[in-house]
Design a protein around this ligand. Sequence first.
Ligand code: R5P
Length: 287
Amino acid sequence: MYVIGGTASETVANDLSKQLKVPLVKTISKRFPDDELYVRILEDISGEHVVIVQTTYPDKSIIELFLFQDAVKEAGAKKITVVIPYFGYARQDTKFKDGEPISAKAMAKLISQNADEVITVDPHKEHILDFFTVPSFSCSAVFELANYLKEKKIDMILAPDKGALNRAKKAAEIIDCDFDYMEKTRIDGETIEIKPKNLDAQNKNVAIIDDIVSTGGTMAKSIKELKKFGANKVFVACTHGLFAGEAIKKLANAGTDEIISTDTITSDYSKVKIAPAIAEILAKKHR
Ligand code: R5P
């Protein structure tokens, strides 16, 4: 097995190659003066099983993934596994209104073209895996996030909506603490409502855990609710830290004590490594 890392996932690819004790392939990825991308594989991978690691966010990273997939195919690899730490466009997983695309399906179909299998981390909804036309699998960051939170003396894990309850429950089991959830209604991409709810948060250290933090609106509202109920420390933990626009400021103003994300998307808050979760699934399938 060989690992290739796109520029959006260099750290994860490096960690994976170390953990699996397989070579990290030397590559070039650079931009032409007109901003078109050029990639090249600098080692012989013909007849090999090649794992390409690339988050499909932002959009430029998608093109890089497609080009590396093509390069690997052209170089004669025997098998191509595409690892997508963060699968962008997964939230448009259905036609919410007439005339819309099913973006997650469109992406999955294109990625499947030069792939024998796909692995992604905490996809927004599991059913998007069915959009790939090759075998596809997901792994969860909950163990890694919960392990980090263990050191923080957490009393309760909170899911910001019912959809995230399972993740909160699993984290609470690992940490050995209570869990609860909020009732959230999404009005549009930027606006959400959270129903007031009696939370037993008085003097407690609480971690709110979700798959994605984008605008930070969901987390900020949840933090405010927790503070209303007298929470002591409030931690924000997510798998995919998009932190769009003023998200970080919003979270800080709401009174969070720490922001924690995995490194599926690289940011100053990527404190938790995702490679062990991906390595485990790769090892299980290919050893
Ligand atoms: C939605 O269902 C997701 O799990 C996240 O809660 C959502 O993407 C967070 O978005 P934002 O940070 O913009 O509120």
